[in-house]
Design a protein around this ligand. Sequence first.
Ligand code: NDP
Length: 246
Amino acid sequence: MIENKVIIITGASSGIGEASAKLLAEKGAKLVLGARREDRLKQIAGDIAAAGGEAVYQALDVTDPADNEAIVKLAQDRFGRLDAIFLNAGIMPSSPVSALKTGEWRQMVDVNINGVLNGVAAVMPVFTAQKSGHILATSSVAGLKAYPGASVYGGTKWFVRNFMEVLRMESAAEGTNIRTATLYPAAINTELLDTITDAGMAEGMHGLYKTYGISPERIAGVVAFALDLPEDMTVNEFTVGPASQP
Ligand code: NDP
C-alpha cells in the first residue's frame, strides 16, 4: 500500500522524479522532495498540496553526504519515519570518448554513482534499525546495453545495476528486510537531454527522443507499482519505455 508511506525522492524537481512525486502523492504517500533547484521543488510541493496531497522539500545535492543525511532527518522529523527512498537524480552529458570531456565524466561519476552511494549510506542505518525499507534507483537502458556516446553515462548506470543487485542479495542473506527495485527507462521526454554539451550527440539524441520519447507521467505508474507491492514481495528490475523504441 502506498497510502501513508513516507518516501524520499531525489531528482524530484523535474522529469521522472516530479511525475512520480505527483502520482505517489495522489495515492496518499507523504513525500520528501530533494534536488538542487529549490524554486522548482517549492512549486511542485505547492501543486501537490493544492491537489490535497502532502509533500515537504529541501535543497539536496546528492554528491554531498551531509545533504543526504539532512534529507533523511527531515523525513523523520516531519513524518516520524521513513519507508522508501527513490534514488532518481542523474545527469547525462554524453559524448564520444575522443571528445575528452573529462570534467563531465567526473560529474557523471559524482552524481550518478556517488549520489546513489550517498543516498544508500544515509538510509541504511534507519532501514536496518527498523528492519524494513525500500530502495528504488533509476538506472537506464544504457545500464543494460552499450551505446556509442554513453561510455561513461552507461558505465555509471551499469554500476547502479550491480550495486542494487548486490544490495538485494546481501539484504536477503542478512535478513534485514530491505527491498530494492531498479528502473531501466528508455527514451522519456524530460530535461535530461539539456545536460548534453556535445553538439553531435545532442542532435542525435534529440532526433531519437522526438521519434520515440514518451512523457514521464507514463512511467510514474511503474514506480508506484513497485512501491505498492506487499511487504514480502519485490520487483527487482524493470525496463520501461516506448514499445516502439528498438
Ligand atoms: P531530468 O533532467 O528531468 O531530471 C533529473 C533530476 O536530477 C532533476 O530533478 C535534477 O534536479 C536532479 N539532479 C541532477 N543533479 C543533481 C544533484 N547533484 N543533486 C540532486 N539532484 C540532482 O531527467 P530525468 O527525469 O529523465 O532523469 C531522472 C533519472 O532518469 C536520471 O537518473 C536519468 O539518468 C534517468 N534516465 C532517464 C532517461 C530518459 O530518457 N529521460 C532514460 C534512462 C534513465 P536539479 O537540477 O534541480 O538538482
